[in-house]
Design a protein around this ligand. Sequence first.
Ligand SMILES: CC(C)(COP(=O)(O)OP(=O)(O)OC[C@H]1O[C@@H](n2cnc3c(N)ncnc32)[C@H](O)[C@@H]1OP(=O)(O)O)[C@@H](O)C(=O)NCCC(=O)NCCS
Length: 145
Amino acid sequence: MTLIDKSGFNDKTASDVAEIEKSCFDDSWSKESIISTVNSEFSVFFALYEDNNIAGYVIGNIAADECELYRIAVLKEYRRRGYGDVLMKAFTDCAYKRGAGSVFLEVRSKNTPARSLYEKWGFSLIATRKNYYKNPTDNGEIYRK
Ligand SMILES: CC(C)(COP(=O)(O)OP(=O)(O)OC[C@H]1O[C@@H](n2cnc3c(N)ncnc32)[C@H](O)[C@@H]1OP(=O)(O)O)[C@@H](O)C(=O)NCCC(=O)NCCS
């Protein structure tokens, strides 16, 4: 397993991430959105590779002392092997090193695997946005660490 950071992000990585987005999310990000987000000044990006294939990634942003985790995903065939943990560690270590006081994220209330991952990593539920997500309708749970 190989972990790359933003310095290894290129056009191929963006295509790979866009493919995982399509397989994981109803509101998947386009390749163009991924490129513009990752190339922005304060972004954070890590991707995991297994046998030269992308297995997962995390994308976020750190501005001043606040950090937001936008996306984390692991391809179905690679789940439950600890890759989510590896990505969360890389992301939270980076936030800590860059001096972020808090890390925020939002997740569908019915997304049990993700909520369990966040709670394992010490995130606490701070607010609920009623019916924030559509197709299907779901509450948005805001977490902070
Ligand atoms: C959430 C996600 C990234 C977890 O990735 P993963 O590689 O399977 O996670 P890991 O194997 O590292 O597991 C880490 C922890 O996550 C939680 N977890 C992962 N899958 C779970 C599941 N199916 N049910 C309950 N908890 C789960 C557990 O707390 C687990 O810790 P444990 O193994 O000590 O019990 C993955 O399920 C995924 O890509 N989901 C689709 C995309 C998504 O919903 N992303 C979050 C919104 S941005």
